[in-house]
Design a binder for this molecule. Structure first.
Ligand SMILES: NC(=O)c1ccc[n+]([C@@H]2O[C@H](COP(=O)([O-])OP(=O)(O)OC[C@H]3O[C@@H](n4cnc5c(N)ncnc54)[C@H](O)[C@@H]3O)[C@@H](O)[C@H]2O)c1
Length: 339
């Protein structure tokens, strides 16, 4: 399979290298809005990767599928271009910065009848998979509380922020997708707050560097989800699931970046997780391999655009809640968009 690869930035660099090592990939044609970045990445990856002069050149090259790892603001247009060309596409989350952009992309995909797999890699992480199995098999009993944590060790580059959609859409959206996927429940209400006491560039972008959301699921389970860009102890993605009969923690291992305050309790790890690329390396590889199989028609789509839309509706509700200070139901956002 010849894959057109769009976006040669932070995550693109990892995905391109992973794809060239994936069964079924014969060639990777890399394009970026900045041609020099595409050329640099193709050179670093080597092997089956080569650079295209432009994004247009990638689409003109007759590729079999497209992988989109470009900046979020470019996703919707690139998804539409892939759909119009009849090509299966993988796209990093989220589909777009806003709901109209998301719906425009989804409608193009559905009109074309093409595959769109979204990049919620936690669905391929061993811990998340084991926890889903335990929850679905009833081993924890009736769930009453879920506590989700997504903490970056340090802020991304300032120029990334205006293109990211903000902390809630960029980071907590992973937790919103994971909670739906783990439990099979829908979020019926959100309440969110945020703070921006770190670098000035968060306030300049109208963003927050720390956020907390309280979600109510349709079976009454309560979920807290917090995110921050300032967790100097390390990268911490953890979800605690508490039920009547048992508790399970995703992301609790020898590199989880915290220390016990108790005398004799576990100390902080010598090598805490540093960032998403090392924490989720195996999951990223697995989701890209799943895309290659899905694009070849050998496996079903593990994460459709509609799934990403549901996660975005929760994020939009939280974003409105943190701005207005009132609880907001995802259904309110959906109704306004006539969904
Ligand atoms: N799933 C995850 O865990 C995860 C982690 C990090 C980033 N992401 C997502 O990946 C995407 C990229 O993030 P990043 O951190 O690599 O950003 P980045 O800023 O490092 O790279 C973005 C790249 O996209 C290119 N670009 C911009 N517009 C383009 C266009 N129209 N066509 C082609 N290329 C274009 C830029 O030149 C740049 O090279 C974002 O949507 C982000 O949300 C997902």
């Amino acid at each position: 399979m010849r894959i057109g690869f769009l976006g040669a930035g932070r995550i693109g660099s990892f995905h391109a290298a992973a794809l060239t090592a994936t069964d079924g990939v014969d060639e990777l044609l890399i394009g970026d809005a900045d041609a020099a970045r595409a050329a640099g990445l193709a050179e670093r990856v080597g092997g089956r990767a080569r650079a295209a002069a432009s994004v247009d050149a990638v689409f003109a090259a007759g590729v079999d599928a497209v992988v989109i790892a470009a900046a979020t603001a470019a996703h919707a247009d690139l998804i539409v271009r892939a759909a119009d060309a009849g090509l299966p596409a993988y796209c990093e989350k989220p589909i777009a910065l806003d709901l109209p952009g998301t719906l425009r992309a989804l409608r193009a995909v559905e009109a074309a009848g093409t595959l769109l797999q979204m990049g919620f890699q936690r669905r391929f992480d061993a811990g998340y998979l084991a926890a889903r199995e335990a929850v679905r098999a009833g081993r924890l009993g009736r769930l009453h509380t879920i506590r989700a944590v997504t903490s970056d060790a340090a802020p991304p580059p300032a120029e990334f922020l205006p293109l990211s959609g903000g902390l809630i859409r960029d980071c907590l959206v992973h937790d919103f997708d994971a909670v739906r996927w783990l439990t099979g429940c829908e979020v019926v209400e959100t309440y969110a707050r945020g703070s921006a006491n770190g670098a000035e560039f968060f306030r300049a972008a109208g963003d927050v560097d720390t956020a907390a959301a309280l979600l109510t699921l349709d079976d009454g389970t309560l979920v807290t989800a917090t995110a921050t860009r300032y967790n100097g102890a390390g990268y911490d993605v953890r979800t605690e699931l508490a039920g009547e009969r048992g508790q399970l923690v995703i992301g609790l291992d020898a590199r989880t970046p915290f220390a016990s305050a108790e005398p004799g309790g576990p100390a902080a790890p010598a090598h805490p997780w540093g960032g998403f690329l090392e924490r989720f390396e195996a999951a990223y590889r697995a989701e890209l391999a799943a895309f290659v199989r899905a694009a070849a028609g050998e496996a079903p789509n593990p994460c459709s655009g509609r799934e990403a839309l549901h996660a975005l509706l929760v994020a939009e509700a939280c974003e409105r809640s943190r701005r207005t200070g009132r609880p907001v139901a995802p259904a309110e956002i959906a109704a306004e968009a006539s969904l």
